[in-house]
Design a protein around this ligand. Structure first.
Ligand code: FO1
Length: 308
């Protein structure tokens, strides 16, 4: 059994490669839900959906989220009402959010809902999509222009406000979803996907018991840096790290995980950081981490599996 922690576009791309090279071994994916947002009466879980869409081959590859060939007619029609239309929900994508919201209304948990959506999108039986917690949590960003939901900062405000603090609301009341801790404890390897360390991996590590399980598991723990040449290929990892007073580097990402990590995988463009990471007592792998197509994601996944 292999367990991965992730959220967002980078994780989804890596998992597409990983699932293509592991054959029938169980792959448990613990997914960030801090990006979840309730908009216009619909409950949206972007990281869960992005990973499911990518693994089922229906993702909009250009954007990295949403469904391929989607249109936005219903979103445009919403504009005449007093509703939020800055978050681009497509006409096909909206069906997933209606289904999730309907099932929540019937009392199903995030875990049960993710598994029903994964089944509808015909994910292979050996892949389990596991929201990190069944309690609702939300990532909020405190900026020089006030506090806002992470999606508002990312999508509506286009990462323009300066970041001062990141808070995961309700995280103190969030217990790990069923099988989350077990998946870490019993895996032969735990892979931290190339995801934002602050808002994708950070919330998962803050769920009660997760960090402790990572510290005590006998599994080999490998993290892939989301930075290439010191910058993220997509998203606000650099802005968030800088705003929190952290150095923007793969060595810094390794430091954030150093209490449980065995091996840090960094891109060839960041090879100059290799010795610095080794000096902190970690093993390293320096490879091409840019996943510009499925073949390159599979190559990266194979290199990571060779470390186990
Ligand atoms: N990302 C954007 O940059 N703009 C959007 O309008 C947007 C809409 C959207 C709708 C559904 C969904 O599942 C994801 C969506 N995303 C959008 C992606 C999402 O905001 C981020 O990729 C993740 O939350 C980052 O981890």
């Amino acid at each position: 059994m292999i367990t991965a922690l992730g959220g967002g576009v980078g994780a989804a791309k890596f998992l597409e490669g990983l699932s293509s090279v592991i054959e029938n071994e169980t792959l448990n994916v613990i997914v960030n839900t801090g990006d979840d947002i309730s908009l216009n009466g619909l409950y949206i879980s972007p990281d869960v959906d992005t990973i499911i869409y990518r693994l089922s081959g229906v993702i909009d590859k250009k954007k990295g989220w949403g469904l391929e060939g989607d249109t936005f007619i219903s979103l445009n029609s919403l504009e005449k009402f007093d509703l939020d239309t800055w978050f681009n929900i497509g006409d096909k994508d909206i069906a997933t959010h209606i289904y999730r919201t309907y099932l929540r209304g019937k009392g199903l948990t995030a875990t049960e809902i993710a598994s029903k959506i994964a089944e509808a999108f015909e994910l292979p039986d050996n892949v389990n999509i596991m929201p990190m917690t069944d309690q609702d949590v939300e990532t909020w960003i405190q900026t020089n222009e006030g506090e806002m939901h992470f999606q508002e900062y990312l999508v509506k405000r286009k990462m323009k406000p300066e970041v001062c603090r990141v808070t995961i609301r309700n995280i103190d009341h969030a217990s790990p979803a069923p099988n989350v801790v077990d998946s870490i404890e019993k895996a032969r390897a735990v892979i931290i996907c190339p995801s934002n360390p602050i808002i994708s991996i950070g919330p998962i590590l803050q769920v009660k018991g997760v960090r402790e399980a990572l510290k005590t598991t006998r599994a080999e723990i490998i993290a892939i840096s989301p930075l290439v040449g010191g910058v993220p290929l997509k998203g606000p990892a650099d802005k968030l790290m800088k705003g929190l007073g952290l150095e923007v580097s793969s060595a810094q990402v390794a430091r954030l995980y150093s209490d449980f990590l065995d091996t840090m995988v960094i891109d060839v463009e960041d090879a100059h950081e290799n010795q610095k990471i080794i000096d902190t007592g970690l093993k390293t792998l320096v490879v091409d981490t840019v996943m510009s197509d499925k073949g390159k994601s599979a190559n990266l996944a194979s290199s990571v599996l060779e470390l186990i």
